[in-house]
Design a protein around this ligand. Structure first.
Ligand SMILES: C[S@@+](CC[C@H](N)C(=O)[O-])C[C@H]1O[C@@H](n2cnc3c(N)ncnc32)[C@H](O)[C@@H]1O
Length: 336
């Protein structure tokens, strides 16, 4: 893996990335290192891709592959190889386009909202085009029974919902993540922001989808699970190996994964950041493909994945996994 400059302070720890030879058992046949990172381009190039991709880290035995690069280009390559789809579930936490020079409150301190170039708005039309482009690829990459989850605040969620309608997804639920410990609103000029939305959608109107109704009911103390989920913001421990300014709590991801996928399923996160989805996949025995354009976040994701694999190895969550595609267990309107 290329050496990178760490932006976040983290304990010195040797990455095991070098232990995994590139292109060994690479599930996508994406074979050489991405020399070109199309950082400034929202839309993948029209030219036939001469740049091939290889994981920056992989553990084929446990089913984890992490890629660095523009998710549009990498998803194009996977579509070329799997035109009928390969993922059982996709989770996406895309840029919210909030890095506009303002301020916010983090851990009781006033800090800049700027998170990086990747989060800068290009204006409503270009932002929407970008959302449509990556959602189009996600739709192609879902297996027929697969579903996608996309998180967002008011800044992007309407664009995401509209793009889903334009593309012919069927939106199943809007889930409200109600934060138990939201950051205070410093300017005191609007209501405190205490929620994020997650849109849950299936590939098309006609497709079926997996929904573990009974498990959700069990998790809700025997009552039907509602679409309002209470979880705290990311616990400090989840940032111990290096954090991300927009990191999602692993508990939230586990809930989504357990709602609609089976052990052994293959899950994609095209904007993996610090790798929270990968950690949740390891913990729940799902296979995972993560993509991020930023080398520092890829490094954090590697460290967190390695730590998750170490701590689950004893419990062997993978011992009984099925490595085939999932069958829908329940469809809409079919309670347990
Ligand atoms: C909202 S953050 C995801 C945070 C993640 N859910 C976590 O828990 O750490 C979005 C991520 O997308 C990455 N990103 C932005 N544009 C990208 C692109 N075109 N391709 C791949 N990654 C991109 C950014 O580097 C950033 O880490």
């Amino acid at each position: 893996m290329a050496k990178t400059q760490a932006k976040h302070r983290r304990p010195k720890q040797k990455s095991a990335a070098s232990k995994f030879p590139v292109a060994e058992n690479n599930p996508f046949g994406i074979d050489t290192a991405p020399e070109v990172i199309e950082r400034d381009s929202f839309v993948a190039s029209d030219q036939p891709s001469t740049t091939l991709f290889t994981p920056v880290w992989q553990d084929s035995e446990h089913g984890v592959w992490l890629y660095r690069g523009n998710c549009l280009s990498i998803m194009d390559r996977i579509v070329e190889r799997y035109p009928d789809g390969i993922f059982d579930m996709i989770f996406a936490d895309p840029p919210y386009f909030l890095s506009n020079g303002g301020i916010t409150c983090h851990a009781g301190r006033m800090v800049s909202v700027n998170k990086g170039d990747w989060d800068k708005s290009r204006g409503p039309e270009e932002n929407h085009n970008f959302n449509r482009e990556w959602l189009k690829r996600c739709q192609q990459l879902l297996r027929p029974n697969g579903t996608v989850w996309v998180t967002g605040t008011m800044h992007i969620i309407f664009s995401i919902g509209f793009a889903m309608q334009e593309l012919g997804y069927k939106v199943l639920n809007d889930v409200i993540w109600w934060k138990t410990n939201p950051a205070p609103h410093l300017a005191c000029r609007y209501l405190q922001h205490a929620t994020e939305t997650a849109l849950w959608a299936r590939k098309s109107e006609e497709s079926r989808h997996v929904f573990h109704y009974a498990e959700m009911k069990r998790l809700n103390g025997g009552k039907q699970m509602q679409n309002v989920w209470r979880f705290p913001s990311v616990p400090r421990l989840e940032k111990a190996l290096g954090g991300h300014p927009t990191q999602k709590p692993v508990a939230l991801l586990r809930r989504m994964i357990e709602c609609c996928s089976n052990p052994g399923d293959l899950i994609l996160d095209p904007f993996m950041g610090s790798g929270s989805t990968g950690v949740a996949c390891v913990e729940t025995g799902r296979r995972f493909v993560g993509i991020d354009v930023d080398p520092t976040y890829c490094e954090t994701a590697i460290l967190r994945t390695e730590a998750a694999l170490r701590s689950t190895r004893q419990g062997s969550v993978f011992g009984s996994t099925r490595l085939g595609s999932s069958q829908p267990t329940k469809t809409e309107g079919e309670p347990a």
